[in-house]
Design a binder for this molecule. Structure first.
Ligand SMILES: C[S@@+](CC[C@H](N)C(=O)[O-])C[C@H]1O[C@@H](n2cnc3c(N)ncnc32)[C@H](O)[C@@H]1O
Length: 253
C-alpha cells in the first residue's frame, strides 16, 4: 500500500529504502493521499509533492528554515498573541498539548519560547512529515540543543490523546476551518491540507475533553471571522496578526 502512495517517487534502491523506513511507523494507506499528492525524499527531507501542480513546490516541515528562524528571532517573542494566549509571557516552561499539530508551526513557536509541547496529529501523512521535521530539527545546529527536549510527537486522534496523556498546563487547538474566500486555496499548504486532510468536522467535540484535562487553560486558534468552537464563549479573546485566540481559563492562572 505504501508503494501505491510512492509510485511516482522514482527513487533508486537505497533512497527508496530510506523513504520506506521514514514512513513505516505511520501505516499509510492509499486513501491517505488524494488528488495527485505523494510523499518522496528531497535532499534527505520527507516532502509532500503534487506532480499535477508543478508550480506548487514541495511541502515539508523545516524548523530550521528561514521563515521559522525569522519568526523565532523576530516574531515578537512573548509579546506575540499566541504566547500571551497560552500564558508564556507570565510562565515560561509551561507544558502544552497541541492537539491538532498540523505542520507544527504553532508548536514550534511555543517551544522556541520555552514551552514543553506534545504535538498530537491524527493524519498519518501529516504525522510522518512532522516526525521527519523533528528528526532533522534534532540534528540541526540551530535547534539541536533544545528542540528534542521540548517537542514530542504523538500520532493519535486528539480525543484519544486527551483521554490518555498526563494533564498539561494548557491544551492548544487549531482545527481546520473552511476558508472564507476561495482565493485562500492558492496558499499551497492550505490547498494540500484541503486535498489530503479534508475538513475537521468533528472539532467541536474536542473542547469539552480539552477543558477537562488542561490544568490552567484551553486556547483555540480561529480565523477572525469564525464563530466560537462548540459555540462556547471564551473567557477572553486575543487578536493575533491573522487570527484570533479564544482563551478558556480553567483555574487561577
Ligand atoms: C489547521 S491544521 C493545524 C496547523 C498547526 N497549528 C500549525 O501551526 O501548523 C489542523 C491539523 O489538525 C489535525 N487534526 C484535526 N482534528 C484532529 C483530531 N481530532 N485529532 C488529531 N489531529 C487532528 C489535522 O489533521 C491537521 O493536520
Amino acid at each position: 500500500m505504501q508503494q501505491a502512495l510512492l509510485y511516482r517517487a522514482g527513487l533508486a534502491g537505497p533512497l527508496e529504502a530510506e523513504l520506506l523506513a521514514l514512513l513505516a511507523p505511520f501505516a499509510l494507506t492509499e486513501t491517505d493521499t488524494a488528488q495527485g499528492w505523494y510523499l518522496t525524499l528531497q535532499d534527505s527531507a520527507l516532502v509532500l509533492r503534487n506532480a499535477d501542480l508543478p508550480k506548487q513546490g514541495d511541502i515539508l516541515v523545516d524548523f530550521a528554515s528561514g521563515a521559522a528562524t525569522h519568526r523565532r528571532k523576530f516574531g515578537g517573542g512573548k509579546a506575540e498573541g499566541i504566547a500571551k494566549a497560552v500564558g508564556l509571557n507570565k510562565k515560561p516552561g509551561l507544558s502544552v498539548i497541541d492537539a491538532t499539530a498540523g505542520l507544527g508551526r504553532d508548536a514550534f513557536v511555543l517551544a522556541s519560547l520555552g514551552a514543553m509541547v506534545t504535538l498530537v496529529e491524527r493524519n498519518p501523512l501529516v504525522a510522518a512529515l512532522l516526525a521527519d521535521g523533528l528528526r532533522r530539527g534534532a540534528r540541526d545546529p540551530q535547534t539541536a540543543d533544545w528542540l528534542p527536549q521540548r517537542m514530542q510527537l504523538v500520532h493519535l486522534p486528539a480525543l484519544e490523546a486527551l483521554h490518555s496523556l498526563p494533564a498539561p498546563d494548557v491544551v492548544f487547538l487549531d482545527p481546520m476551518f473552511p476558508p472564507r474566500e476561495k482565493s485562500a486555496l492558492v496558499k499551497k499548504e492550505m490547498r494540500a491540507f484541503h486535498d489530503v486532510v479534508g475538513a475537521d468536522d468533528d472539532a467541536d467535540a474536542l473542547l469539552a475533553p480539552a477543558l477537562a484535562l488542561a490544568k490552567h487553560r484551553v486556547v483555540v486558534k480561529r480565523p477572525g471571522y469564525a464563530e466560537f468552537l462548540a459555540g462556547k464563549k471564551p473567557t477572553m479573546s486575543i487578536e493575533g496578526k491573522n487570527n484570533r485566540f479564544d482563551v478558556y481559563v480553567n483555574a487561577g492562572f
